[in-house]
Design a protein around this ligand. Structure first.
Ligand code: SF4
Length: 683
């Protein structure tokens, strides 16, 4: 029988997985994590945890964790000490900058790292390297949400709080499967629906929430914009718009009314396959049963029209007055614990800490940091790969991000990474990027071995606390960045003694968090904006005015079909996503007992299609797209529609992203993970 010892000490910290940001306590016995339990009075989870937060901490002491620095010679990794690893990394970066200029180097921050560490990462890129080529994995998930929200409302983050779920009379869930991917919030949504709130789900799949929804709109992958436009059409056609709200707070109403006139539900039916009467019913519920709260995921953003899809959703909220009040708003469900924090800290090629544009803030940051900064926007995570392919990017410093396994079109990513002169990987494990392309490996601690803060999906800054000692020689990301900066001659700008000192520097350069001290955020965290020590934080944004103007401007979003289409050769449309038991490319959950619960990725196929192809559960099938192929076990499931497929991407050995293609969001470059034309046959 398996028994864990009884914990002798409990430490309060924040879950390392999704953007719900559940507070938990870590139970330690003999410097080993043996249990976790939820914090009963935490605002985001109220005494609950999902199966990941509760059980998936075993990666901290996984057998293959790397706890000494490594360098690669003649294709083989050799263990070394920090002095040599830092010298080699610094020499390599110095050499590339001297030969090709600072813009031949790219730096990637991490959603796994704290706000403080991401702040130091972008400061390192800008101050030490002298480039704005700095980004993070927000690029491939919710950058479209941030871009659309910032453009239309002035702040690129969730407008409301998780507590608004219980205040909403209608919940509109778009392209998200929170019961599996944000389980504690998913449970709150389901409970609110069971209490009588109306639930509308827009998703090609029959997810758990779709099965209990009042209305499930299942668009063909790639047709969110026509569907959302047709909802706006119904709002105008049936005079369901909020005239008072529009008059007081919105511009562009007449123009949008004319633009939406041809977007009838019948036209949307032709493009999306969603029945017109269901569209009308959803529009009426969203407009009349208020407050109505929209929560969306990557099924809205990871498309050719990702940013525009979010804009079309914001149009609906503005038209119905579902903004600026409790129980309403536009709320991106962030996938990773600190992905939003990483981007807002400035791991973004066009903005500095606080999401301020380079052009508006460079001078202020030059004064704060005491050095001249590059002013030209840099490359993002996706265009860095393009630049590597073209021979223009020569070095990549990747922190806590398995970019090879994560980016779409993996074979092309591999070709690009193989051309780099220097790849520095900073992680807990030799991930696929390190294994295949790394030159220097810098081992770092998990979030249970360090202090700092994470920012959850509702803008809450929450403390992360060290519960166990760092394993082996591993250091925190902050310590590595400071050592590397010192080696490169910038010790004065990186003389931070602790995480709190870094956070206080962040508060000094970003006024919206000036009121969030470590002391004040100690128990429940605080939601920014929180401008001084008397400010209780902000639960609902845009209550009186929008962050950039008194009035928001509606956007006319025209439909542009993706080029990723089915054909006789590729008759199925595949969408990709996560499951309850695993997290992203499995770097952490793949090294826990979660692996027993779901040991492999799968391909879901509707029973009709499986019958046509004479395929049954667990048969290995070869899935081929125009971009690559993988083999997966089949799972027959009525959650997908006939002609559509769904696959998970947690197993790096299967590398699902060999299938996904080059199509990207036209505004932010987020890859179109959600639409891939494929064919399937028995392997
Ligand atoms: Fe962690 Fe998210 Fe689960 Fe909460 S819902 S325990 S934050 S994975």
């Amino acid at each position: 029988a398996w028994h864990e010892p009884v914990p002798t000490e409990w430490t309060r910290t924040t879950c390392p997985y999704c953007g719900v940001g559940c507070k938990l306590e870590v139970g330690v016995a003999g410097d080993r994590i043996v249990a976790t339990r939820p914090v009963i009075d935490a605002p985001s989870n109220k005494g609950h945890l999902c199966v990941k937060g509760r059980y998936a901490h075993g990666y901290v002491d996984a057998a293959d964790r790397i706890t000494v620095p490594k360098v690669r010679h003649d294709g083989r990794w050799r263990s070394t000490d920090w002095a040599e690893a830092i010298t080699l990394a610094a020499d390599g970066l110095r050499r590339v900058a001297a030969e090709h200029g600072p813009d031949a180097i790219g730096v990637l921050g991490s959603s796994r790292a704290t706000n403080e560490e991401n702040y130091l990462t972008q400061k390192f890129a800008r101050v030490v390297i002298g480039t704005n080529n700095v980004d993070c994995c927000a690029r491939v998930c919710h950058t479209p949400s941030a871009a659309a929200l910032k453009h239309m409302l002035g702040t690129g983050v969730a407008t409301n709080s998780f507590d608004d779920i219980e205040q909403a009379k209608t919940l509109l869930v778009v392209g998200a499967n929170p019961l599996e991917n944000h389980p504690v919030v998913g449970a709150r949504i389901r409970q609110q629906a069971q209490r009588g709130a109306h639930l509308i789900v827009i998703d090609p799949r029959r997810t758990g929430l779709a099965r209990i929804a009042d209305v499930h709109l299942a668009p063909r992958p790639g047709t969110n914009v026509p569907l959302l436009n047709s909802l706006a059409h119904v709002l105008f056609a049936e005079d369901l718009v909020d005239r008072d709200f529009l008059a007081a707070r919105v511009e562009g109403v007449e123009g949008l009314a004319a633009f939406m006139a041809p977007w009838t539900p019948e036209r949307a039916t032709q493009l999306s396959g969603v029945p017109a009467d269901a569209i009308r019913r959803a529009a009426r519920l969203y407009a009349l049963e208020r407050p109505a709260m929209a929560l969306h995921g990557l099924g809205l953003t990871e498309h050719l029209q990702g940013t525009q899809g979010v804009m079309a959703l914001i149009d609906l909220a503005l038209l119905t007055g579902n903004l600026g009040r409790a129980g309403s708003g536009i709320n991106p469900l962030r996938g990773q614990n600190n992905v939003q924090g990483a981007a807002v800290m400035g791991c973004d090629p066009g903005t500095l800490t606080g999401s301020v544009r380079l052009v508006d803030a460079c001078q202020r940051f030059e004064a704060a940091w005491g050095v001249a900064l590059p002013h030209k926007p840099g490359l993002n995570a996706v265009t860095m790969i393009d630049a590597a392919h073209a021979g223009k990017l020569k070095a990549l410093y990747v922190i806590g991000y398995d970019i090879f396994a994560s980016l779409a079109n993996a074979d092309v990513t591999a070709m690009a990474l193989s051309k780099l002169d220097l790849v520095i990987v900073q992680d807990m494990f030799l991930n696929e990027t390190a294994n295949s392309f790394g030159h220097v490996f810098l081992p770092v601690v998990s979030s249970f071995e360090k202090d700092g803060t994470f920012m959850n999906s509702e803008r809450r800054i929450q403390r992360v606390r060290r519960a166990v000692a760092p394993r082996g020689d591993s250091l925190s990301d902050a310590e590595v960045l400071c050592r590397l900066a010192g080696e490169l001659g910038f010790g004065d700008q990186f003389r931070h003694t602790c995480a709190e000192a870094v956070w206080d520097e962040i508060r000094a350069v970003w006024p919206a968090v000036a009121g969030i001290s470590y002391g004040r955020s100690s128990r429940h965290g605080l939601q920014w904006p929180c401008v001084d020590e008397y400010d209780p934080g902000t639960a609902v944004l845009h209550a009186r005015r929008f962050a950039n103007a008194d009035k928001a401007k509606l956007e006319q979003v025209d439909y542009r079909p993706t080029t990723e289409c089915t054909s006789e050769q590729y008759p199925f449309l595949l969408t990709t996503g996560r499951t309850l038991h695993h997290f992203n490319v499995g770097t952490m959950t793949g090294r826990t007992r979660q692996q027993l619960l779901r040991p492999t990725d799968t391909l879901d196929m509707h029973p009709y299609d499986a019958g046509q192809l004479d395929l049954r559960d667990d048969m290995p099938v070869r899935v081929e797209s125009r971009h690559g192929e993988v083999v997966l076990p089949l799972r027959v499931s009525d959650a997908v529609a006939p002609g559509q497929l769904f696959a998970t991407f947690h197993d790096p050995a299967r590398m699902l992203n060999r299938l996904t293609g080059p199509v990207r969001d036209t505004v932010t470059s987020a890859p179109e993970y959600k639409v891939v034309a494929v064919r399937v046959r028995l392997a």
